[in-house]
Design a protein around this ligand. Sequence first.
Ligand code: ADP
Length: 240
Amino acid sequence: MAPAIFCKGVTKSYLTGTTSTPALQGVDLEVRCGELFMLVGPSGCGKTTLISVIAGILNHDQGECHIFEHDLATMNEGERTSYRGKTVGFVFQAYNLIPSLTATENVSIPLLLNGHPRKYAMQRSEELLFKVGLKDKINSLPNELSGGQQQRVAIARALVHDPKLIVCDEPTSALDHATGGEIMEIFRQEALTGNRTLVIVTHDSRIFQFADRIGLMDDGRITQVVNSPLELKLEKTAQK
Ligand code: ADP
């Protein structure tokens, strides 16, 4: 079976005025379908840039990037927008909920953007909120919800259009340990039962245990991929 994500020699630099900042300097990565893959590494090593490329938010400069066998480099803007809207779900650290919309309305946004009728979008959004344990909060506004509940709404929004790929940037960093664990249980369940592929950027070592594999990034490259947090600890000890 072809991998969900296949990157080979991917580069990306940001141009600010005349200054070019290299963010990705030859990323090689394969992520299997149904895998929960975590990306870790020091701040500035390129993690957010890499998931933005994978999610079709940023264009890479060079190298190959195939997602579910679609070559991102050959997509035109329309195909890219459709890819982002249909294939990818996003979860960010800062939830990014619209303050004036209820939980259900927030969750419905990807469906409405994909042209589904409002009635269907609301029904499906409520189902997703039930699924993430927010049955009694469907009509609440974001400021009436705790951080953990807001992140659940954001997860429901990321899942509502049934995307095959979910990318998450630091989804648990604003949450306490117990709530972060609950959020990861939902992701774990989605990877297992939904046959979704999840790529999660984190520096929260408390959640490493939920990963199938962990990729270590440094200086714009993936330098190592390990199967368990234990290997990560062993590596660190060996390097000392
Ligand atoms: P990480 O997510 O690992 O912290 P990033 O992908 O955000 O790393 O950043 C990688 C590098 O690219 C850093 O040197 C950062 O300063 C630079 N960078 C990120 N975004 C931009 C931008 N919009 N413009 C210029 N440089 C950027």
